[in-house]
Design a protein around this ligand. Sequence first.
Ligand code: 0L1
Ligand code: MG
Length: 257
Amino acid sequence: MIGPDVAGIAEKLGAAADGATAIAQLAAETGLDVDAAYAVQTALVQRRLNRGERLVGLKMGLTSKAKMAQVGVDEVIWGRLTDSMRVPDGGTVEHADFIHPRVEPEVAFLLDRLPEPGEPLGAFTDAVRAVAPAIELIDSRYADFTFSLPDVVADNTSAAAFVVGPWSPVPDGLDNLGVLLEIDGRVAQVGSTAAILGDPRRALDEGIRLAGRHGVRLRSGWLFLAGAATAAVPLRPGSHVRAVVERLGSCSLKASS
Ligand code: 0L1
Ligand code: MG
């Protein structure tokens, strides 16, 4: 039996991102399952690497109940981050470069000594050099931000851009820090890092395990976005977004008008 056209699906998703134009979901029509969807994601990211981008880390998606409920998919997923997705703290994104961008407050890790495959994670503070507040800008390439599990995996988990704030040494506890998302100076979402799989440190275990299933090993020096602590909020032209994580500080971005 002929499987789904991995390269063709990756090309459609890549063109949708490049042209900031939504497309219809692809998985049902093409028979794409989750394993094949990760193969599409690999090809989609390879398309970026072929034009000179660098892989700088991984991100987790749907690590909170709020996020799962928002998009109707209830499995933790992972995607890839490249250098061109990174926006400097306080920087501006071009709103027209995206289809229907949303922002969400996250916690970022700077990875240090990762265990060998199959080895237990061990001390979190050995594996993580520093922690920072972050904002992820997600932008599903599917119309109406609506997708199935294989669709969103193929679409590199809606990854589009991210901001990382100032790095801090790993604090004693990460499991119940207050999180705030402000839009134009008003509180848009309030949460806790407890919403990220109960403790964002668990997201790293999950990332190592889930990416390992697809032969991807996390590397020292990579970034790792542990997932959002709240539902995502639409990013309007001209908006100023700030994410605050208790004890870690804040970071921000602006959208062009
Ligand atoms: O980072 C995320 O949690 C996004 C995962 C994909 C679902 C979405 O686009 O909200
Ligand atoms: Mg996210």
